[in-house]
Design a protein around this ligand. Sequence first.
Ligand SMILES: C[S@@+](CC[C@H](N)C(=O)[O-])C[C@H]1O[C@@H](n2cnc3c(N)ncnc32)[C@H](O)[C@@H]1O
Length: 200
Amino acid sequence: MHKDKPFSQACENNKAPILEKLATLFKQPGTILEIGTGTGQHAVHFADRLPHLVWQPTDHPQNAQLCRPWIADSGLANINPPIALNVLDGVWFDLPAIIGAFSANTAHIMVWEEVRAMFLGIGGVLPSNGVFSLYGPFRYGGRHTSESNERFDRSLRAQASHMGIRDIEDLKALGEETGLVLEEDFEMPANNRLLVWRKS
Ligand SMILES: C[S@@+](CC[C@H](N)C(=O)[O-])C[C@H]1O[C@@H](n2cnc3c(N)ncnc32)[C@H](O)[C@@H]1O
């Protein structure tokens, strides 16, 4: 067992409600591509509870190895080794064939050009009718859904001007540009949402 594994309390809190949705979205066997895997807590939780899936973690090259201790300790056979994937780089064609994609808490961290690259890349590798599930906080009509999200947004922008909670309208426009149609928008605990995009 690895001591001092990277740990996110947010992942511990949100993994069960996210799993509940993913279980209904990813019913067929196949490989799910995760963008911005982070600690790997999500990857391990979902791969363990959805054994018909193969989980493919990826992350920015700076963070791509972060998830290895969680994956190693899980002993699960249905998680592939992580791939270093900066969404801006053209490495999307080296990925295994996938049936779906998932990403959590990445859109407000990435530069907008990276969010666009994530949608373009996923739009390119998803099969027709495939689902991309994007979890996180979002704004609607230019308004935050809670005071805590507003505070979080302010703290993100204070850290770096490129970060910030994204507007659903901008994401929808991006989806249209990249062949991804917003099909569902689930309310989740702690003022988060789980957006379901389907490849048209
Ligand atoms: C707030 S963390 C979320 C991690 C994890 N998904 C979670 O929910 O805890 C944001 C993640 O986005 C990744 N990321 C940021 N820019 C990226 C890029 N250009 N390409 C791929 N991943 C990126 C970071 O490396 C980090 O793992």
